[in-house]
Design a protein around this ligand. Structure first.
Ligand SMILES: [Zn+2]
Ligand SMILES: [Zn+2]
Length: 296
């Protein structure tokens, strides 16, 4: 019995070794890096929108989802880059009402339906594999502006160390790195940091968000200064985060602060007490507290 099992184990390990060798040979022949091949076998690439496993022929997103992506197209706000209905308006309702600190920004997608779910999975379920698709879309959104903006440095929105430790990564920092590779603009990694543990922004209105973020960013290398800086973040809703970071940078002497985000909200962000989160939960503030409702 023992001998039988030993033989069986030996045969299994031989079969395993042979399979491994075959895999490496195929990898060598086809010129594919063995490590990448193994990683793909263990964690097959998935569509960032529907999360279906992608075949080798497909790119970073499946064809069905690609068609339905809520890309930012048509007339956009000349300040925040949000889609607007009429070109002659120039600015969105939000930017007509509030003076932003940043210079100008652009976004790849509207923060609706499928993108909300995708961003939620990326943050809550450690789906860092989506980031390449996000960075490609953001680089595409940036392309028409880069010549005009000419940012000298790229930075991701800093995250408090405790929050980063809990999540394991700062998605804005990772996106900034990927965008730096795609645009060849230098990243300024540890220039700014977040020194305040802020509350989650999702249930806060504009005023509350501003108060929550006030003074949360500090320059770790104040001797450095650049004329023009590009901020990278995943989602823009009221613009409070980008504004607060732009305020810190401008105080340090930066003249132009631009931003690029993956998704931009559609709402006016005018301090209404109704806030929609990435989990598609709609919070409405009432006298007795928050009432919430799931929606699509
Ligand atoms: Zn898909
Ligand atoms: Zn706007």
């Amino acid at each position: 019995m023992r001998i039988g099992r030993k033989k069986e184990n030996e045969t299994n390990s031989r079969t395993g070794r042979n399979a491994g060798r075959k895999l490496l040979l195929t990898a060598k022949k086809t010129g594919i890096h063995a490590g990448k091949l193994l990683l793909d076998l263990l964690y097959p690439p998935r569509c960032p929108i529907c999360d279906r496993i992608l075949s080798r022929r497909e790119g970073l997103c499946c064809a069905g989802c690609e068609k339905k992506l809520p890309r930012v197209v048509g007339p956009v706000c000349m300040k925040c880059g949000k889609m607007i209905e009429r070109e002659e308006d120039e600015y969105c309702e939000d930017c007509r009402k509030y003076a932003h600190v940043f210079t100008r920004g652009t976004a790849a997608f509207a923060y609706t339906g499928a993108m909300r779910h995708s961003v939620y999975r990326m943050k809550a379920e450690n789906r860092r594999d989506y980031l390449d698709f996000y960075a490609d879309a953001m680089a595409q959104a940036l392309e028409p502006y880069l010549m005009r903006w000419q940012p000298e440095r790229i930075i991701g929105v800093p995250m408090h160390w405790q929050k980063k430790w809990k999540r394991g990564y700062n998605q804005s920092e990772l996106l900034a790195k990927k965008l730096a590779e795609r645009t060849e603009i230098q990243i300024e990694g540890s220039w700014v940091s977040c020194c305040k543990k802020t509350k989650a922004q999702k249930t806060l209105n504009r005023k509350e968000r501003e108060k929550n973020l006030s003074g949360c960013y500090i320059l770790r290398k104040p001797e450095k200064c650049f004329r023009s800086v590009l901020i990278v973040d995943d989602v823009y809703t009221t613009g409070s985060t980008v504004d607060e970071l732009a305020r810190t940078l401008k105080k340090a002497g930066v003249e132009q602060v631009y931003f690029v985000v993956l998704c931009i909200g559609k709402g006016s962000g005018n301090g209404k007490k109704r806030v929609c989160t990435e989990q598609n939960v709609c919070y409405t503030k009432s006298e007795s507290g928050y009432f919430h409702q799931r929606h699509r």
